[in-house]
Design a protein around this ligand. Sequence first.
Ligand SMILES: NC(=O)c1ccc[n+]([C@@H]2O[C@H](COP(=O)([O-])OP(=O)(O)OC[C@H]3O[C@@H](n4cnc5c(N)ncnc54)[C@H](OP(=O)(O)O)[C@@H]3O)[C@@H](O)[C@H]2O)c1
Length: 285
Amino acid sequence: MKIGVSGASGQLGKAIVAEIATRDVSVKLIGISRTPGSLPSGVENRLGDYDHPETLTAAYAGLDRLVIIPSADLRPGIRAVQNIAAIDAAIAAGVKHIVFVSVVGTRKQEEPALGAPFWVGEQHLINTAPAWTIVRMSFYAEAFALEVQMSAAAGVLTGLSENRVAYVSRDDLAGAVAGVLTGEGHIGAIYSATGPKSLTGAERAAAATKFIGKPFGFVVLTEAQLRGGLLQAGLPANVVNATASIQADFAAGAFDIVTGDVERLSGRAPKSLEDVLNALSGAEG
Ligand SMILES: NC(=O)c1ccc[n+]([C@@H]2O[C@H](COP(=O)([O-])OP(=O)(O)OC[C@H]3O[C@@H](n4cnc5c(N)ncnc54)[C@H](OP(=O)(O)O)[C@@H]3O)[C@@H](O)[C@H]2O)c1
């Protein structure tokens, strides 16, 4: 069986490739990105650029299964076009089963909301692909660790309301996607890869305190205050928009979902936020 990973050079893509390689399944792995050559030996590299759809049909040729990892391009409107191009190319190439990585809480949203391209991708996949699976990701625990490190001087985590988020480790998401790609019985399913617990702002601040070793608080801001602070810190407009959009989704409860899908698909229980932070502390300490 030939399995393709589109976005294989990225952090999630590499983790999916590593997960599949550890499984006792006979597969040929094909890694696709704009930078072929960056993957471990044993993985065939192909050039495929979401912005140049003509490269994608050849990149996806002959694959039995393919996971499409959307790019991390934050420019409004770009990722929706990329997602459609990738899905169209996979169908044109005759890929038998297309897996799309999306985001929990995906619903109809308009640009520049960060969830808009995932909604467009999901709908296009469902309406056009002969056989598909969607794996929705919660917010990465590793991304939370970065947020904490960047907020260490102020010792404050912010939100647009009190809210809960069920952070997932990127490796657990990768394990879930690998389970779909190497398993059977997942066609037409939408899974949500989440951590084991949904944490309040106060619980996140407590985890941050333990991680960094200095007191953290959780503070509710208005969107104008949040945007103003980020702009003042010198962040570019698309990062400010992305952060505000994620915080609006948190406030709407979009990431307040806990499922058993990571364990069901990967065969192991998902790590808690604290587990991930402890492992990062150990690695850095
Ligand atoms: N849930 C969360 O908390 C969270 C946080 C961060 C990101 N994400 C999302 O998670 C997904 C993967 O994240 P990641 O951490 O693995 O990101 P990443 O390390 O930036 O990887 C992105 C991948 O997309 C590829 N890519 C970018 N532009 C491309 C293009 N035009 N054509 C083809 N491939 C392209 C990159 O390959 P080349 O550059 O080599 O072509 C790379 O393999 C993205 O959808 C991102 O938005 C989620």
